[in-house]
Design a protein around this ligand. Structure first.
Ligand code: SAM
Length: 381
């Protein structure tokens, strides 16, 4: 710690230096630029953050509104009276249980990361990469360090690496894959049919979790760690391989006959989505196919994925010139897409346009173009 203090003193003597500590760095022939640990104890009203990356990316992050306009983060990391309580689940460890009714769309978390590490930092020798991570943890404010050490380490390897590997989320910042850690959100267990959805807002450096359907008091709040549209065998294999646990959710523990039915619905979902994605003149896409797709997603309780099914429906109705149905499904898709893909997502913007004026979207009457003489089909927006 004495050396952290020395690094802090050095940083504070330089005018307008944006970091709380002088960055420690390592490089070798595998890395074009040094990887350093950049710490800001004042980030997010004193929650603090450290970032392991190159100087260029660290300074690019400082340009994000979350850093340049701290007032924008006034509403995040507020957990004084949360809508959940912690509970110990046999075989799963700690998890979170709703202590009030959460309606679809209700916010459960809005958290900034306490650490971000660049996936490319793995090019460093392990001892150097770990030295940066240990330095980073030591430079967090004490209360945030305590949050970090309270996290579960599932894999029993290096204590810092283990906590990061067990609890991190993959996020993109300026199109660069990064791992980010949000200690409160890390308490959420996995379910293949989750009741909450999440997304990362890189401008606000904030991870949001919302209820994707109504959640009743006493119900565990869950998210997914994987792609839930895969069959049971694939899901369980991925969870075991990447996360090291045997999934005990109801979809994974169902009777073999029920699981086979569920798998068969998932295969049909894949083939229907493929048909609806076909915009060639020989496409078999129809509104009825989109209706079946929606019904299958509902049957499978894949609530977040319904955003995509509704989008297919909005587009296929629009492509047949069915304005009101296109608007209805665009509204439904827009709402769920905001919760699962983010407020700024391209699909959200597209569904907003469709919900107002389908006639001005790219898909309008696209599938009847050849049948309607002189029609102005498929407007660009
Ligand atoms: C991000 S943590 C979740 C919180 C964790 N249960 C705790 O006690 O801190 C991920 C770990 O929780 C456990 N876990 C999460 N979902 C699970 C599930 N569906 N079945 C069994 N274990 C699960 C696994 O040990 C996994 O590595």
């Amino acid at each position: 710690m004495r050396s952290a203090l020395r690094f802090s003193l050095f940083a504070s003597q330089i005018a307008n230096f944006p970091w709380t500590f002088w960055p420690e760095c390592f490089s070798n022939e595998e890395t074009t630029e040094p990887y350093c640990v950049f710490s800001d104890q004042s980030f997010a009203a004193g929650r603090g953050i450290f970032i392991v990356t190159t100087k260029i990316f660290a300074y690019a992050m400082l340009e994000k509104p979350a850093f340049s306009n701290p007032k924008l983060l006034e509403d995040v990391n507020k957990y004084r009276s949360p809508p959940f309580r912690q509970h110990e689940f046999p075989g799963k460890g700690r998890g979170l249980v709703a202590n009030t009714t959460l309606h679809r769309g209700d916010r459960i978390f809005a958290s900034t990361p306490i650490l971000i590490t660049d996936s490319d930092s793995y090019a460093l020798p392990t001892s150097e990469r770990l030295a940066l991570l240990y330095r980073g943890v030591a430079t967090l404010p004490f209360h945030t360090q305590a949050d970090f050490w309270a996290l579960l380490g599932h894999f029993n390897d290096d204590p810092v690496d283990d906590r990061i590997n067990t609890n991190n989320f993959d996020v993109n910042i300026d199109s660069i894959p990064q791992q980010a850690l949000f200690p409160e959100i890390a308490m959420l267990n996995h379910d293949c049919r989750p009741n909450a959805a999440y997304f990362w807002d890189e401008q606000m450096m904030t991870h949001y979790v919302h209820a994707i359907r109504d959640i009743h008091p006493g119900e565990e709040i869950t998210i997914t760690y994987i792609d839930n549209e895969k069959d049971r065998k694939t899901r369980m294999r991925r969870l075991e391989r990447n996360w090291g646990f045997k999934c005990s959710c109801s979809a994974c523990t169902a009777h073999a006959s029920l699981a086979a039915e569920s798998d068969s619905r998932l295969y049909q979902i894949t083939s229907l989505a493929k048909a609806l994605d076909d915009w060639t003149s020989s496409s078999s896409a129809t509104p009825e196919i989109a209706e079946l797709l929606i019904s299958l997603y509902k049957q499978e309780r894949l609530d977040a994925s319904l955003a995509t099914a509704y989008k297919y429906a909005a587009e296929v109705y629009s492509s047949f010139g069915k304005k009101w149905e296109a608007m209805r499904y665009a509204r439904l898709s827009g709402e769920l897409s905001m919760l699962d893909k983010g407020f700024r997502d391209g699909d959200v913007r597209e569904m907003k346009r469709m919900s107002e004026t389908p006639e001005l979207t790219w898909s309008w009457k696209k599938r009847v173009a050849s049948l309607v003489k002189g029609c102005e089909c498929g407007h660009a927006y």
